[in-house]
Design a protein around this ligand. Structure first.
Ligand code: PLP
Length: 496
C-alpha cells in the first residue's frame, strides 16, 4: 500500500491568514508546486481530506474543493475507495502556469532577479527534451547516419586540425558559413555573401542576439499568436512589449496588426510553416510585410525552423530572398534537419550589423564548437546533408500518412486531425469541449506525448487541439500508439 504524504509535506505548508489570498488558493498553489518540483512524485498518495483538514485547521469542504480543482487540472487523480494520488507521467511537466500571486511571492523574496520572475511565468515546457512518441519537433533520431557523421567528427579532431581545439572564428567557422550560403542559394533562393552569416548554437541563440542588439525596453514587438513559446518569452524577458498578432489563412495578420498595435521595432514570423498552425504565408502577405517593414524601419525575424520538410509542391522562396533592402533577419537551425543536440544554427544579418552580432556572440559565450562546425561543413559539402534531408522527407511523409489514417480509424469520435503538407507535426482539434491540457496529460499517462495547442497562445486559446509530432515515431508503432491514445481520450469523454 502506498503511504500517504504527510509529516514533511505538512510541516512546510504554512497558511497565511493575513495575506488576503483565499485559504483554498494557498493550499492549491502549495500542492501544485510540490507536484511540479517533484516533492510529491507521480503515484504519491495524498492525505485524506479529513486528515489534511484536521492538520491544517480548515474545513473538510475546503480540502475537498482543493482536491477537485487539482483533479480537474490533471495534477491528481481520485481512485474510488483508495484515495487521491499524484497523476502518473507528470515528471516535471508544467501543465498549468502558476498563478501570478503565488509565483511572485517566491521569486520576489529578494533572492531572485525580476528576470527570474518573468521566467517563472514561462509556458516553455520543463520536459523540453522529451522524445516520447508524438512529441512535436523531434526528428527521426534513430535514422541519423551516425557512422558517416562520426567520420567527419573524428576527422575534425585530428592533430593536423589542432586549430579546431581553440575558440574558432568570432563569427563561427568560415568554411561552414560558406557551406550554408550554398545551401541557402540552392534550397531557399537566397543569394548571400557568407560574410553575412553568423553561426549560433541554434535558433534560440539567434533570437537572444537579435533581441539584445535590436531591442530596447518597452519597444513594441509584433509576435505571431499562437506562436513559438521560447522566442516570445525571451523577448518579454529582454523587456519588449510583445503584441499578440493573430494568424489568418495568409499567415501573420498584417492588417489587424497595423490597425491595433503601435509600430513595431521587431516582427517575429514563421512564413514557411507557421509555428504551430502550419500555415504558409501567402506571397501577397510576404510582399506587404516587407513593404511595411521598409517603410516603417521595422526588423522582421524570419524563423525558417523546419522549411526542409515540405511534402507537396515546391516551397516558396524564403521571405529573405524577396528582401532587397535588408530588413529581414533570417534564422535557420540544424535542430530539425539533423538533431537538436548538435546545437548549431545561424542568422543571416545585414552586413552593417555583423560587427555587433559577432561581439555579442562572443560576450554571450560563443557556444557552438569549432569541431562540430568543421564536421558539419564537410558533411554538407560532400552531399551527406542533402541526402539525409531527401531521405527524411520521404520517411516523414509516410509517417504523416500513417498517423492521419490511424487517427481517422481510431479517434474520429474525439479528434479532428488537420491535413498538412509540411513540417513535423499535425494538429488534431478535440471534440466535445475537452481541454487540450487535460487531454495532453491523460495520454501522457500511457507514455504518449504531444503538446496542447493552447500553451502556444498568449491569452485565451481559440481552439483546443493536440499538436502531434509524427517525424520521430516509427511507422510500425504508430497504429498501436494511436489506439492507446484513442482509449485514453475516450476515458476522458466518458468521465465528463
Ligand atoms: C518555431 C521554432 N523555431 C526554432 C526552433 C529551434 O530552436 P533551436 O534551434 O534553438 O533548437 C524550434 C524548436 O522547437 C521551434 O519550434
Amino acid at each position: 500500500m502506498v503511504k500517504a504524504a504527510k509529516g514533511a509535506l505538512l510541516a512546510t505548508l504554512e497558511i497565511d491568514r493575513n495575506s488576503g489570498a483565499p485559504i483554498y488558493r494557498q493550499i492549491e498553489e502549495f500542492l501544485r508546486r510540490m507536484i511540479l518540483n517533484g516533492a510529491l512524485p507521480p503515484g504519491q498518495k495524498l492525505p485524506s481530506t479529513r486528515e489534511l483538514a484536521l492538520e491544517l485547521g480548515v474545513s473538510r469542504i475546503t480540502i475537498k474543493s482543493v482536491y477537485e480543482q487539482l483533479i480537474s487540472e490533471g495534477y491528481v487523480q481520485g481512485k474510488t475507495g483508495a484515495g487521491t494520488f499524484v497523476s502518473e507521467g507528470l515528471d516535471g511537466e508544467t501543465p498549468v502556469v502558476p498563478s501570478l500571486d503565488a509565483g511572485k511571492k517566491d521569486y520576489l523574496d529578494g533572492n531572485f532577479s525580476q528576470t527570474a520572475e518573468h521566467i517563472s511565468f514561462s509556458k516553455a515546457s520543463a520536459r523540453y527534451g522529451s522524445i516520447l512518441p508524438f512529441r512535436p519537433g523531434v526528428p527521426a533520431l534513430d535514422e541519423f547516419p551516425i557512422k558517416r557523421w562520426n567520420k567527419y567528427l573524428s576527422r575534425a579532431m585530428t592533430k593536423s586540425d589542432i586549430t579546431n581545439f581553440s575558440y574558432g572564428d568570432l563569427l563561427g567557422s568560415k568554411k561552414l558559413r560558406s557551406s550554408i550560403a550554398h545551401h541557402l542559394a540552392d534550397s531557399r533562393g537566397m543569394k548571400i555573401d557568407p560574410k553575412q552569416i553568423l553561426i549560433t548554437s541554434g535558433a534560440q541563440q539567434a533570437f537572444v542576439l537579435i533581441s539584445y542588439i535590436l531591442m530596447n525596453k518597452n519597444d513594441t514587438i509584433w509576435y505571431e499568436n499562437p506562436g513559438h513559446i521560447a522566442g516570445r518569452d525571451l523577448m518579454k524577458i529582454v523587456g519588449g512589449d510583445v503584441s499578440p498578432i493573430p494568424i489568418d489563412n495568409e499567415g501573420l495578420n498584417l492588417p489587424i496588426a497595423i490597425s491595433n498595435f503601435p509600430k513595431p521595432k521587431l516582427i517575429f514570423s514563421t512564413p514557411s510553416h507557421q509555428q504551430p498552425l502550419g500555415i504558409t504565408m501567402s506571397l501577397q502577405r510576404r510582399l506587404a510585410l516587407l513593404k511595411y517593414a521598409h517603410e516603417n524601419a521595422s526588423w522582421v525575424i524570419e524563423d525558417d525552423y523546419d522549411s526542409e520538410f515540405r511534402y507537396r509542391g515546391r516551397p516558396l522562396p524564403a521571405l529573405a530572398a524577396l528582401d532587397n533592402v535588408g530588413r529581414v533577419l533570417y534564422v535557420g537551425t540544424f535542430s530539425k534537419s539533423l538533431f537538436p543536440s548538435v546545437r548549431i544554427g545561424y542568422v543571416v544579418v545585414p552586413e552593417i550589423l555583423m560587427d555587433a552580432f559577432a561581439k555579442m556572440r562572443n560576450i554571450f559565450g560563443q557556444t557552438s564548437s569549432a569541431i562540430t562546425e568543421e564536421a558539419l561543413s564537410n558533411f554538407m559539402d560532400d552531399g551527406g546533408f542533402a541526402e539525409h534531408i531527401r531521405k527524411m522527407r520521404r520517411l516523414y511523409r509516410d509517417r504523416r500518412d500513417i498517423l492521419l489514417n490511424a487517427l481517422q480509424e481510431n479517434c474520429s469520435n474525439i479528434l479532428i486531425p488537420q491535413q498538412t503538407d509540411a513540417g513535423m507535426h499535425i494538429l488534431a482539434d478535440i471534440k466535445n469541449g475537452i481541454s487540450d491540457r487535460l487531454a495532453h496529460l491523460e495520454i501522457l499517462k500511457s507514455g504518449i506525448d504531444s503538446l496542447p495547442l493552447s500553451i502556444y497562445y498568449e491569452g485565451p486559446a481559440e481552439r483546443q487541439a493536440l499538436v502531434l509530432g509524427f517525424s520521430g515515431v516509427q511507422k510500425k508503432v504508430i497504429p498501436q500508439l494511436v489506439r492507446k491514445m484513442g482509449a485514453a481520450l475516450n476515458s476522458l469523454n466518458t468521465n465528463k
